[in-house]
Design a protein around this ligand. Structure first.
Ligand code: PGA
Length: 245
């Protein structure tokens, strides 16, 4: 069953966010069978309202980041227990926009993953190379290094890794099916070497997934679903991705 996660990023004010969430919820609810898992990750300010809009529909709620600490003097931060309290069951961590724009290191991402798992959230840990790293032939090593540094040694029951090549995010460019297949196989073999079991893990692809390329991407072996940015802001297109496989 594919897992489709909508990352709204810093988009959405009250009425628009609620109507987007309601439209997605209505589509999921009216679908004949549960053949996909759908998560929406709105900005913090909309969590409670989106949570109310999707209640009972089968759509789950996630945050886009959390702090590594539980509480305290950390102005502007939101902790994992706060996300849980606001109705989240998922959280995206280590997104490249946070790694680049907020200087998040692998060690910080790992601390956040640990905090989120301790709070009972399912973590979506993002990894991915830049264009220079890919062109320099270092994509596989960069991603393995990010996995090594960002994931805790102990694995929970359910966990998600999202491969998002930085150069494909929001650019309209996607990796080729061959590159996606190779990277997903690389990620799985890394995880198999490091952990005694990798049951419960889903490996998602992200980066310019749209209604018109979702079928091909979701059909690549080793791809368990998609992390969707821009196209998750339009209910019809997001639903087209949700139903592509
Ligand atoms: P995009 O974003 O679909 O707009 O490329 C994906 C992401 O950043 O998660």
């Amino acid at each position: 069953m594919p897992l489709i996660v909508g990352n709204w990023k810093m988009n959405g004010l009250g009425a628009d966010g609620v109507s987007l969430a309601s439209a997605v919820a209505a589509k999921v609810k009216s679908a004949p069978a549960k053949t996909r898992e759908v998560v929406v990750c709105p900005p913090f300010t909309l969590l409670e309202r989106v949570g109310a809009a999707i209640a009972g529909s089968g759509v789950s709620l996630g945050g886009q980041d959390c702090a590594p600490k539980v509480s305290g003097a950390f102005t502007g931060d939101v902790s994992a227990p706060m996300l849980k309290d606001a109705g989240c069951s998922w959280v995206i961590l280590g997104h490249s926009e946070r790694r680049a724009g907020h200087k998040e290191s692998d060690a910080l991402v790992r601390a956040k993953v640990e905090a989120a798992e301790a709070a009972g959230l399912v973590t979506i840990a993002c990894v991915g190379e830049t264009l220079a790293e890919r062109e320099g032939g270092r994509a596989l090593d960069v991603v393995a290094g990010q996995l090594q540094g960002s994931l805790p040694d102990k694995r929970p029951e359910r966990w998600v890794v999202a491969y998002e090549p930085v150069w494909a995010i929001g650019t309209g460019k996607t990796a080729t099916s061959d590159d996606i297949r190779a990277m997903h196989a690389h990620i799985r073999s890394y995880l198999e070497r490091r952990y005694d079991r990798i049951t419960g893990v889903s490996v998602l692809y992200g980066g310019s997934v749209k209604g018109d390329n979702a079928r091909e991407i979701l059909g690549v072996s080793g791809v368990d679903g998609a992390l969707v940015g821009g196209a998750s802001l339009k209910a019809e297109e997001f639903w087209a991705i949700c139903t592509a496989r």
